[in-house]
Write a protein that binds this ligand. Sequence first.
Ligand code: FAD
Length: 343
Amino acid sequence: MFCSLEVVESHPAASCHHHIDQTFDVLFPQPAPVVAADPHYIDGCRCGEPVSATGSLFTLKPPKSDGSNLEVYEDAWKTGVWSVMFKQPQLQIGRDYTPLPPVSSNVNGDECLRFFIRKDPFGEVSRYLHSLKIGAPIEVRGPRVECEIPPETQTILFIAGGTGIAPALQAGHTLLRRPDKGHKPRIHILWATRQREDCRGGYNDHTSAAPNGTRWSWLFRLFSSSQQIAKAPPSEAKIAVGTSAVVKELEALKAQYPGQVTVEYFVDEESTFIGKRSILDFTNSATFSLGQRNRNMILISGPEGFISYMAGPKQWAQGMELQGPLQGIIKDLNLHGWAVWKL
Ligand SMILES: Cc1cc2nc3c(=O)[nH]c(=O)nc-3n(C[C@H](O)[C@H](O)[C@H](O)COP(=O)(O)OP(=O)(O)OC[C@H]3O[C@@H](n4cnc5c(N)ncnc54)[C@H](O)[C@@H]3O)c2cc1C
């Protein structure tokens, strides 16, 4: 069941309020924790932040923050990658969107949800969302857990295309905030975007090609001296004017968990693409955590064609979306000891 909202104020890159109640409504084909959500409101005091010409950050806030949503969200954050559904009221259609990790000041008590939403000029719901004014009501339902990250997981390779970066940020948040069991987990993100604008200010922590033409292995970077690692741009560069809001999110995650998050950027218009080499550079380095089921995960998120190319298409059967067989370049790599999940 969806709940209604009301418009208070407007802004081109909208941000919203939300609230979840405990009404249960099974809408989704997959068995997953689902609760109905209440009206969310575009937040008049938090402007949506354009990430680029093609996407914006939205903030949703419940009309009244009484803490009732926190437990629901907290369970989802502990479990893995999750989404909520926004409804376009005129057409009565819904689409899924992925909350970004809470900003650190939000962790205790603030029930805001934040989203990175790509504006598709021909897309019904994304166009609707971008047209909302600050303070506008929006109907939200969720959360739905898309993929569990088991407690024993130590290493994630996240292959993201476009807005697939939102679940990558989620996976990082969920994995890295777990209590330290003597071994620091880590996440390596390969993010492919169409334009540099989408990831402006981002630099590669772990480049496939070193300046002298040799390849840098993950182990090299892991065990090399801090001086060598300091080849990354200075911190001022990370927050340079014009840095994309999503890159800022990635930098914030890195700052929160030093040495546990690395990112490589690939840009279509610069003809840099995620290939087998980028995947192997990372997976070859993770052999020390092989041997236990679910220790190492590869998660893939992005447009259908992107997922198919990487790991084969997902499939539909009996009204349910299934993973489908492993195909694509990840199958070709014949990796052992990695659980693969298509989001
Ligand atoms: C679990 C999950 C999480 C997601 N998280 C995010 C997120 O955090 N951020 C985000 O931006 N997106 C996310 N998405 C994608 C999002 O749900 C929507 O798919 C996206 O916003 C587009 O929806 P839309 O209604 O705007 O476009 P739609 O109306 O569905 O159209 C999509 C595209 O298809 C084209 N199209 C539609 N109908 C036809 C047709 N008959 N023939 C040819 N072309 C057609 C349209 O022109 C448009 O380009 C997520 C998706 C899932 C499944």
